[in-house]
Design a protein around this ligand. Structure first.
Ligand code: PHE
Length: 511
């Protein structure tokens, strides 16, 4: 497929065009095009690469050699080169001898280098231990005196002889400056003269552009371009950590739960005794789906309704008043994208644990949850949760903390701490924190607790049940030293980063 000059013009970005325009309006080759076109250097270099590839420009790079003063050179700039200091001293004094030169504050090397230079230019005389200078050589002497200032401002000196000498004495050093000079090719001129070159094409999508896309003229892309592909694929680092976590939890005796992303409000909220007007249920936080009504088992629904409205009384001491509000079974049937995987935990309590109440059970899931959030450095509307539940006799908060520490230790995160928090469905509730050296502060990595009796009563369970929900991306960011969750997924993800990132190896883990 051959492309016309106009086809190419429709593929150019604004910065590509600026460079071409610059080259057509100035005498070619244009010196240092990145500076000339007034572009940010990295954007300009990208464009230069592209324009070269398309054959629109030629590059005539020029390496310019300059000299600059070293720290020693800068000192001499103030105090004068040793040769100038010596010259001054001798020319002002009478009957000067070598010994007196020792009072000039110059060390042995400086003295011999300075005298050496003066001798080389033939201005240093020595007769019977007395030294003098020939001040008639004023030209040379003035030049020597202004030498460092000249190098500082021009990057070089006309006193060519001195350059090597100053380099050797480490008074100056070489500096290479690459100028990106470019000239336009014949094809480049055709492109910049083609009709589409002047039309402004959209090359950034904004919500306005998306709304009015039919009227917009877009910059074109070359879908047939030959793109070098990386040689091999690789498991996404999140999936890598998921596999590690699943192995860890299976090795701790947990069985994996199966689940769906869409859930009824009943299993996401009501079964856990969230009040039916709880703010978490608002559309600002929860993603509702317009997909009809969920079917909820009427038997379970009515038992949850009874506890919600009136509580229960197991015996004189073990009672609850409930919310003492009406429970609306219609609200339970809304379909939402689940906001936490604790919904799945309660399905398993209902389906398995309540039917085998004498048997200990441990379940986990590592799965996705959804919240109506604006993405930022630490939040995404979709993320993963590591859910866990332990059912057994005589469990306490100490067991809960023990499981949490054991789990995090196995994935290489030590020094966990917990602090009291609030959930409608656990009491006590513990927030879990880990220390991020990179951020220099404690991060919340999860939440946990002992389920409230009200949530278990409908299933005929009156033991302590411990459970947790950990965020997967938080420990992940600690293990890969990245502090922005958006680099991992979606429109802002960084493919180079994902290709190269390694999950840090941790002792005692299965990585
Ligand atoms: N569901 C809680 C959350 O989303 C975590 C949690 C699970 C807390 C189980 C206590 C018990 O953060």
């Amino acid at each position: 497929m051959t492309m016309t000059a106009d086809d190419i013009a429709r593929r150019l970005t604004e910065s590509d065009k600026k460079i071409l325009e610059n080259l057509t309006t100035q005498l070619s080759p244009v010196k240092d095009i990145t500076v000339n076109a007034g572009l940010d250097r990295s954007a300009a270099l990208n464009s230069i690469r592209k324009l070269l590839g398309l054959g629109l420009i030629n590059r005539v790079n020029e390496i310019n050699l300059r000299y600059r003063l070293t720290a020693l050179g800068k000192r001499y700039l103030d105090s004068g080169l040793p040769e100038s200091v010596i010259f001054d001293f001798i020319s002002k004094g009478k009957e000067v001898n070598y010994k007196q030169l020792n009072n000039l504050g110059l060390d042995e090397n400086e003295l011999s280098a300075g005298i050496g230079v003066l001798k080389r230019f033939g201005v240093f005389n020595q007769i019977n231990g007395k030294i003098s200078v020939s001040s008639e050589e004023a030209d040379i002497v003035n030049k020597l005196q202004g030498l460092l200032r000249e190098i500082e401002t021009k990057g070089s000196t006309n006193l060519v002889d001195m350059t090597e000498n100053l380099l050797k004495r480490k008074i100056i050093e070489r500096e290479e400056i690459i100028a990106e000079n470019a000239s336009i090719t014949k094809f480049g001129s055709q492109v910049s003269a083609s009709p589409s070159f002047g039309s402004k094409l959209v090359d950034k999508l904004t919500s306005d552009v998306i709304k009015n896309w039919k009227d917009a003229a877009f910059r074109e892309y070359d879908l047939n371009a030959n793109i070098p592909l990386p040689l091999s694929g690789k498991k996404h680092v999140t999936k890598q950590l998921m596999s590690v976590i699943k192995e860890v939890l299976v090795s701790m005796g947990f069985a994996e739960m199966e689940s769906n992303y869409a859930e009824s409000a009943f299993w996401n909220f009501d079964v856990m005794m969230f009040k039916q007007n709880h703010p978490d249920r608002d559309i600002q936080d929860t993603v509702y789906i317009n997909a009809g009504r969920a079917k909820v088992d009427s038997d379970i629904l009515s038992r949850v309704k009874a506890v919600y409205e009136n509580g229960f009384s197991r015996n004189k001491y073990d009672t609850s008043l409930g919310h003492r509000r009406d429970f609306d079974t219609e609200k339970s049937k809304a379909i939402i994208m689940r906001g936490h995987t604790t919904a799945t935990t309660f399905r398993y309590i209902s389906r398995y644990i309540s039917k085998n109440r004498d048997k200990p059970a441990k379940y986990f899931s590592v799965s996705k949850v959804f919240r109506n959030e604006t993405p930022d450095q630490t939040h995404l509307p979709e993320f993963y949760q590591i859910e866990g539940i332990v059912y057994d006799d005589g469990l306490t908060v100490a067991d809960l903390i023990g499981y949490i520490k054991a789990f995090y230790g196995k994935i290489g995160i030590n020094g966990i701490r917990v602090k009291p928090t609030y959930n409608p469905y656990t009491e006590p509730s513990l927030e879990i924190q880990a220390y991020s050296k990179r951020l220099g502060r404690w991060l919340e990595v999860g939440n946990s607790g002992v389920f409230r009796p009200e949530t278990l009563e409908p299933f005929g369970i009156n033991k302590n049940v411990i459970a947790w929900g950990f965020a997967l991306e938080r420990p992940l960011s600690l293990l890969i030293d990245s502090s922005d969750i958006r680099t991992l997924y979606g429109a802002f993800s960084d493919l180079d980063f994902l290709r190269n990132v390694e999950l840090r190896r941790v002792t005692g883990s299965l990585i």
